[in-house]
Design a protein around this ligand. Sequence first.
Ligand SMILES: CC(C)(COP(=O)(O)OP(=O)(O)OC[C@H]1O[C@@H](n2cnc3c(N)ncnc32)[C@H](O)[C@@H]1OP(=O)(O)O)[C@@H](O)C(=O)NCCC(=O)NCCS
Length: 209
Amino acid sequence: MTSHQVSRSPFLKPFYTRTPVGGVIPRTQRRHTLPASEFRNLTPQDAISVFEIEREAFVSVSGECPLTLDEVLNFLSQCPELSLGWFEEGQLVAFIIGSGWGKERLEQEAMTQHIPETSAVHIHVLSVHRHARQQGKGSILLWRYLQYLRCVPGLRRALLVCEEFLVPFYQKAGFKEKGPSAITVPNLIFQEMEYHIGGAAYARRNSGC
Ligand SMILES: CC(C)(COP(=O)(O)OP(=O)(O)OC[C@H]1O[C@@H](n2cnc3c(N)ncnc32)[C@H](O)[C@@H]1OP(=O)(O)O)[C@@H](O)C(=O)NCCC(=O)NCCS
């Protein structure tokens, strides 16, 4: 993705610049309150919060995170426009991290690579803070992300791999099964899922992209 595309991202607001540097707020300036609920692209400054949620979600279950902290930092530096975070009163409660991928099916290299300016996004991880699960947040964030992808120039497909038990969750969001994935992680078997970012021309004309 070019810097031009990044700056066109409707979610990409430099959150950290909203807080005055130095901590002194002039008397005449209104004190900012944190928004109750906000969706925006993530930045490298969010990597620690992302990793804390990811670690809790995965390490206790499978012993491994889909992304290491370095990989989170890499993807949030290289393709922040393919991420989306849900913040409540400034705290990250759920996130998605994606990167570009150029082939029909996902391969092992997709785990660590971002291929710019391609027609597919690889969703590496969707995770909801443990205190916020089973409240519809994962489904809502995924829906918003898929709507948002319609506004990212050139994107046509979203791909991901998941374990069998999460196939129904992604099917409810409109993903279709593509069969067993070539991606392997010790002791885990993945299904590959695909979502067509459809109705593009109509959607773009009517979505305010
Ligand atoms: C999977 C996850 C993203 C779902 O988000 P959520 O906000 O809890 O889910 P929602 O409330 O939107 O939807 C609930 C549905 O998700 C599915 N689901 C969620 N967790 C599940 C699990 N562990 N096993 C099976 N289904 C599950 C079910 O279909 C459930 O529907 P039900 O309430 O009718 O049973 C969230 O539980 C999470 O972060 N889990 C840990 C990380 C993870 O596994 N991420 C996905 C792989 S990258």
